[in-house]
Design a protein around this ligand. Structure first.
Ligand code: NAP
Length: 289
C-alpha cells in the first residue's frame, strides 16, 4: 500500500474500535487519514480530538458520525470517499450493540442483528467496490464465528453461500426469534453465536485476491471492554484494547496478503478452521473470544 491512505473504523469512539484507530494513527504516515466513526456526534468528536492530540499519533484523525444501522449513510460515505479520494484503503467493521447478561436476548435481537449483521452486509456492499488496490476490509468477529458453533441443521444456511443467501438466513433467524420458534429450529439463544457465524460467512465469498486486496474476518481474542466486562468474572486473560488491536493491525498493515487468509476468520495471524467449534450450552458465555 502507498502513501496518502485512508482508513475507516466503525464503532470507534470506545473499546477495541478506538484502539484500532489509535494504532492506525500511530502506524500510518503523516499523509494518511484515519476516520474514527460512531453514532454519537459528541462521543465521536471527543474521541477523535483526543486521539488526534495523543503523543503517538502521526496521521490525521477525523471524527465522522456513522450510525451503522443507517444503510444510506454507509452508502453515502462510501460514495463520498470514492468521489473525493478515489476510494478507501482500510475499512474495519467493528461496531456491536452492547448486551448485558440480564437483558432479554429476544427483545434485543433486532438492535443486535442490525448493528452486527445488517450493517456488515451494507458495509461489504458499499465499501467492497470502492476499496483501492491493496485495500483491506476486515470484519471484527470472534471465535464464535466458526460454523461448528451452530446446530448442524443450520449449516447449509451459511456454508458456501452468497451474500444474498447469508442475508436471507439472518432475516430467517430474526423472524424465528420474533415468532418464538428459534430454539426449536436449532438457533442458539445467545445472539452472539449466529451473529458472528453470519458475519464470517458474509465475507467468505466476497472480492478478489488479484490486486492484493484482503477481505476477511478477525478474532481479536478476549478484550477488556465495557461490552465484555459484565460477562466475565475472571479477567486474568483479557487483553487491553491496545494489545488486542496490535495483531489485528499487523494483518491490516502487512505489505502482502497471505492468500490463505482471504475470506477466512483470522486470529493472531492464523486461520481458524471454518468447520470447528461446538454448539454452546446454556452455561457458555456469549462473548467467549
Ligand atoms: N471485547 C471482547 O472480549 C471481544 C471479543 C471478541 C470479539 N469482540 C468484537 O470486537 C468488536 C468491538 O467490541 P468491544 O468490546 O470493543 O465493544 P464496545 O467497547 O462496546 O464498543 C462498541 C462500539 O460500537 C458502537 N456502536 C454501537 N451501536 C452502533 C451503531 N448503531 N452505529 C455505530 N456504532 C455503534 C458503540 O458506540 P457507543 O459508544 O455510541 O455505544 C461502541 O463505540 C465487536 O465486534 C465484538 O464482537 C470483542
Amino acid at each position: 500500500m502507498t502513501a496518502s491512505r485512508i482508513a475507516l473504523v466503525t464503532g470507534a469512539n470506545q473499546g477495541l474500535g478506538r484502539a484500532l484507530v489509535e494504532g492506525l494513527a500511530a502506524r500510518m504516515g503523516p499523509d494518511d487519514m484515519v476516520l474514527l466513526t460512531g453514532r454519537s456526534h459528541r462521543r465521536v468528536s471527543e474521541a477523535a480530538r483526543e486521539v488526534a492530540r495523543a503523543a503517538g499519533t502521526r496521521s490525521r484523525v477525523e471524527g465522522r458520525v456513522l450510525d451503522v444501522c443507517d444503510r444510506e449513510a454507509i452508502a453515502r460515505l462510501a460514495g463520498e470517499l470514492r468521489t473525493r479520494h478515489g476510494g478507501v484503503d482500510i475499512v474495519l467493521s467493528n461496531a456491536i450493540a452492547r448486551l448485558l447478561p440480564e437483558d432479554s436476548q429476544a427483545e434485543r435481537a433486532d438492535e443486535f442483528i442490525d448493528v452486527s449483521n445488517t450493517a456488515t452486509h451494507a458495509i461489504l456492499r458499499a465499501f467492497g467496490p470502492v476499496l483501492r488496490p491493496g485495500g483491506r476490509l476486515l470484519v471484527v468477529a470472534s471465535t464464535l464465528g466458526t460454523l461448528g458453533h451452530l446446530d448442524p441443521r443450520l449449516h447449509h444456511l451459511f456454508d458456501g453461500v452468497s451474500l444474498d443467501q447469508v442475508e436471507y438466513a439472518v432475516e430467517s433467524w430474526r423472524g424465528a426469534v420474533h415468532s418464538g420458534t428459534a430454539e426449536e429450529a436449532g438457533w442458539p439463544r445467545w445472539l452472539n453465536v449466529p451473529s458472528k457465524v453470519a458475519q464470517v460467512a458474509a465475507e467468505r465469498r466476497e472480492g478478489d485476491l488479484a490486486d492484493g486486496t484482503l477481505i476477511a474476518s478477525v478474532c481479536p481474542g478476549m478484550v477488556d471492554t465495557a461490552t465484555s466486562r459484565p460477562w466475565f468474572s475472571d479477567y486474568g486473560h483479557a487483553q487491553s484494547p491496545a494489545r488486542a488491536a496490535r495483531a489485528v493491525l499487523d494483518l491490516v498493515l502487512a505489505e502482502r496478503v497471505a492468500p490463505d487468509h482471504y475470506g477466512e476468520l483470522v486470529r493472531f495471524g492464523k486461520v481458524l478452521p471454518w468447520y470447528s467449534g461446538t454448539p454452546p450450552t446454556e452455561q457458555d458465555r456469549i462473548l467467549t473470544p
